[in-house]
Design a protein around this ligand. Structure first.
Ligand code: HEM
Length: 300
């Protein structure tokens, strides 16, 4: 009887599935550590000391948690649209990085409240935004804890089902961001638009339209419109106490002078994303479409 031995190999973060050094993964690893290195530099240099270094740390670690979570959700669509199969090797690294930034974010919040558990519990119970945050983090913890090859093998089909919860974590995380007191313009609406794009792409893929340039164009326009309209809607409802008027917020999207201070509005960033994804899908279509068969020139 043959004896089966299991080989549990530990792969280095920069190795590809065959165990070879991967330039793509090594680059991704460097890129994912840069925000942490920058935050450490800002804290250590004292640039964020006033009123407390934890405020800058909470804000930026929260932003990078969300960026990396959304980036991990974009891997599958980008791989399908571009046909660049190796891109999938980055998904796990982006997901695990997101979890580490979330841990940093949580520790920064503890630090801001001087590790006073009563004060932390009090704040948590009173704010819906923090409930969403805790739920999102609980999902991220489950995903990080099962991100190893061994867990993937042991869990089989259940692994895929569990890891689909990354979309729920992103919905809760973006909800937490939108409900935070400072969310009146800019990045939270960009994140909401990108998340809508990622969810919408899944629906397209189910109908076998995930690689169609016209479907991707339609999806990008809908996500851009959503980001455009969500801000005034937010200013009229959740953020009604703020002095910013919904009409002037809408007009700011057309005023490049305002962009100098607030950055490029989400709607334009999403339109740029739409242009990029549609161009990639058109290029891929041109590359893969069958070439016309050339007929030999007739000799007269
Ligand atoms: C245990 C989990 C978490 C806790 C306790 C927490 C707590 C906080 C707190 C106290 C703030 C400061 C702003 C505010 O008071 O609303 C904040 C900001 C933020 N958090 Fe979290 N968070 C958690 C998880 C997450 C997760 C999972 C994400 C993303 C997926 C996230 C994204 C953000 C972002 C983007 C901000 C910046 C919002 C702003 O200040 O305008 N957080 N978080």
């Amino acid at each position: 009887m043959p004896v089966h031995t299991r080989h549990w190999t530990t792969r280095l973060p920069w190795s590809d599935p065959a165990g070879r050094f991967s330039v793509l993964k090594a680059t991704c690893l460097i890129v994912t550590t840069l925000p942490a290195a920058w935050m450490a530099q800002e804290v250590l240099s004292g640039n964020w000391d006033f009123p407390s270094p934890y405020i800058g740390l909470i804000y930026h670690s929260g932003l990078w948690t969300t960026y990396f979570l959304l980036a991990s959700l974009m891997v599958t669509p980008l791989r399908a649209i571009s046909g660049w199969r190796r891109l999938v090797q980055l998904r796990r690294m982006l997901g695990v990085t997101c979890f580490f930034y979330c841990l940093l974010h949580l520790v920064a919040w503890f630090g801001l409240r001087f590790w006073d558990w009563l004060a932390l519990g009090d704040e948590l119970f009173g704010r819906l935004s923090l409930w969403l945050a805790i739920l999102s983090m609980a999902i991220l913890l489950a995903l990080a804890a099962t991100s190893f090859d061994a867990a993937m093998r042991t869990m089989g089909a259940r692994w895929k089902q569990l890891h689909r919860l990354a979309y729920a974590a992103a919905l809760l995380g973006v909800g937490h961001f939108l409900l935070s007191p400072g969310s009146v313009q800019g990045t939270p609406f960009l994140m909401a638009g990108l998340l809508a794009w990622a969810l919408g792409w899944r629906l397209l893929a189910r109908r076998s339209l995930g690689e169609s340039p016209s479907a991707i164009l339609g999806l990008g326009l809908i996500a851009s419109l959503l980001a455009l309209l969500l801000q005034p809607l937010w200013l009229m409802t959740v953020q009604a106490a703020t002095a910013l008027s919904p009409v002037s917020a809408l007009l700011d999207n057309l005023n490049p002078q305002v962009w100098q201070y607030l950055g490029m509005p989400p709607v334009w960033q999403l339109l740029a994303w739409t242009l990029a994804t549609v161009s990639i899908s058109l290029w891929r279509q041109a590359k893969t479409s069958p070439k016309p068969i050339s007929t030999p020139h007739s000799i007269s």
